[in-house]
Design a protein. Sequence first.
Length: 255
Amino acid sequence: MRYFISFFFSLVLFFNPALKATTNSDENTYDTEGKIYTDTKEQVGLSEDSNYLFNSINKHQYFSAQFEQTTLQEKKKRLIEGEIRAHRSGIFKISYFEPLNEVMFSDGKDFYRFDPELEQLNIQPLEELLEETPVGLFTLSLKEIKELFIFSECRKDLNQFSCLLTSKKEESFIKWIDIGVKNDVFDSFEYLDTFGQTVSLKFKNVSLSTIPNGEFKLNIPEGTDIVSFRNSNCLLYTSDAADEGLGVDLGGRRI
């Protein structure tokens, strides 16, 4: 059985709540020594102003990095790796490596999920995904982020800074998220979702440099089934691009 557990950030779970994480004996599990995670983050006292984080967010117009994601639920944890590319315009591309092996991306309007094992591409309206999942920290404006979260427990130690963000929405998909910043760039995330999963992400090889448009592109293999959920209707079809094995960029244009 394959697991649709993702960081991005919880994207699949956001669109498919029925796919809540379960544990497979084929995957490694670890005893976490009984550590209990609740829906509220332990408070440690405000020691730094949140403006440092605001300035860092403004610097992250582009963000690219590799990441290691650890998902913890019921004293068991699961590890997976991937890479992310994102821009404040709402565009992002997230690639998960084995065992998930999926690509998720957005053109700022629709959300695309490509499953090479199923040879299927799902397309859904982006809707509130950016507001309800951590990917919004890379793609929303600072003003929009401030409207979504309460900033507290900001603390700094030498070149490392962290701040706790608590959702203003009572029914938010993300209960809280702790952001770690190192040398003015995002270094780590830890958050709790509505499924009781604590997800930790560690970024490496981080770059804030401009990302070429070609990096935001998905090549669709010949014969891929494309399932569109636009306009609340499910329509299964195979596109010309898929038939010919052409490339399609994030705007849906053939190239």
